[in-house]
Write a protein that binds this ligand. Structure first.
Ligand code: AMP
Ligand code: ZN
Length: 434
């Protein structure tokens, strides 16, 4: 039974008391991590009220990365049972450590989200997200098992296989990237099948990348299902941080586990409910890597007012984009700098390049045009082809995404008048800003 009525409907006063208690315990635990010990001192001062939260310093992704590998580890290493790692700029990845309690709390959280949307033990759950260091696959997997549903850990397999499993096992709930949900439906039709009539699907969990309400509607109509927005990030645990309820009007962010703030992305000043800004999260139950006032870089707002479902945890609006330059390409996080550093290591490549993100049949395509070094075009065709192959392979290796690469003669890309424009996002629903 994963409907935790008491916690999910706590009145604000009781919820805030619980949050303050958990926050102060987290401060004690966080002081065990070298980064926070330096920052807060060995004995972190307890807060008397939640309003004092803003007296604590922010934590950024860059700090997480710079403290690699153990600067944010707050529990003894022998109590850690797993790590997850998020892609980042070239160099150190960000690493989040999980104790057994963290893993169990995370499973419960994902099971809670699933139960909220109406998923039950007799559902068949097909998990199409990547397993491994990315939290999307394993996070949902253990949540679904905890709930008791038969779970198909197919991961991001080919569309033919996905469709075969959907049909053969009568999958009723799928976890899928929103862009892939639409693309998969085109493959279904190519096989002469009707996505609405030839499957037992009734729900989809869609997340990991920004998408619009129109995309959701299209997924729902195409498949004849209900699609729920799922938000999470590795730094907090992974999926399960915020999730839509049957009202489908904003995502409840689980305030018994995370403190929510919305701040001005430029000044860090707190914003009121309803105002759009950067989401800042504090994890208040995590043992391995608790994070205080973590700057997510995700832009959203808190939806004012209560939800008709009766849950008291506040809701965030769908993510509108990011305040940094991180690109999300078919669910994979990539920083432009990763591509630049990869290119600059290849001899024969010049210094001017342009990244374009296109959308083709609901799939993101990473295009990289790069100028060759002035003398490189004097090589034979075979040499240029070899270089092309090396550039593709190096970018794929660094980012996990297969690019479309174009090699150009030196001087052929437009020279920027001011700051170089390195990234052009041509997707319909790329959003930056609120
Ligand atoms: P990762 O830590 O690799 O799982 O990436 C987390 C990031 O993915 C978040 O900070 C968001 O930028 C993005 N993300 C996750 N879920 C959603 C969602 N439902 N809508 C928009 N962006 C999302
Ligand atoms: Zn609700």
């Amino acid at each position: 039974m994963y409907w935790n009525r008491e916690i999910e409907t706590l009145d604000r006063e009781a919820l805030e008391q619980l949050q303050l208690k958990r926050l102060n315990c987290t401060l004690d635990r966080a002081a065990g991590a070298p980064f926070y010990r330096d920052r807060l001192g060995g004995n972190a001062r307890h807060l008397r009220a939640l309003a004092e939260l803003s007296s604590l310093p922010f934590t950024t992704k860059a700090e997480l990365r710079d403290a690699f590998p153990y600067g944010f580890l707050a529990a003894p290493l022998e109590s850690i049972v797993r790590l997850h790692s998020s892609s980042g700029t070239t160099g150190n990845p960000t690493v989040i450590y999980h104790t057994r309690e963290d893993i169990e709390a995370w499973q419960d959280l994902v099971a809670r989200c699933m139960y909220m949307t109406g998923m039950r033990r007799n559902d068949v759950f097909q998990n199409m997200m990547g397993y491994g260091l990315f939290t999307g696959g394993l996070g949902f997997h253990y949540g679904a098992e905890k709930l008791g549903a038969m779970t198909i850990p197919i991961g991001p397999g080919t569309s033919k296989r996905q469709i075969w499993f959907l049909r053969e096992f009568g999958t009723t709930v799928m976890h899928i990237l929103p862009s892939y949900a639409l693309r998969l439906s085109t493959h279904v039709r190519e096989q002469g099948l009707d996505p609405r009539a030839d499957f037992k699907l009734r729900m989809a969990y869609i997340g990991a990348e920004p998408h619009t309400e129109e995309t959701r509607q299209k997924i729902q109509e195409t498949w004849g299902i209900t699609a729920f927005n799922s938000y999470g990030l590795s730094e907090m645990c992974g999926p399960g941080v915020a999730f839509e309820c049957p009202q489908q009007n904003g995502m409840h962010i689980w305030e018994d586990q995370f403190l929510v703030e919305i701040v001005d992305p430029d000044t860090g000043a707190p914003l009121s409910d309803g105002e759009c800004g950067e989401l800042v999260l504090t994890s208040i139950t995590r043992m391995g890597t608790p994070l205080l006032r973590y700057r997510t870089r995700d832009l959203t707002r808190i939806l004012p007012g209560p939800c008709a479902c009766g849950r008291t945890h506040r809701r965030i609006d769908r993510i509108r984009g990011r305040s940094d330059d991180m690109m999300i390409i078919n669910g994979v996080n990539i920083f432009p700098l990763q591509i630049e550093q990869t290119l600059m290591r290849i001899s024969g490549i010049g210094t001017n390049y342009l990244i374009e993100i296109h959308e083709d049949n609901y799939m993101d395509k990473l295009h990289v045009s790069v100028e060759l070094a002035p003398d490189a075009f004097q090589g034979t065709l075979g040499q240029v082809e070899g270089l092309h192959g090396r550039v593709c392979a190096a970018i794929r290796e660094e980012t996990g995404v297969t690019p479309v690469v174009k090699l150009l003669e030196a001087g052929s890309l437009p020279a920027a008048e001011g700051k170089a424009v390195r990234v052009v996002d041509l997707r319909k629903q790329s959003g930056r800003g609120c």
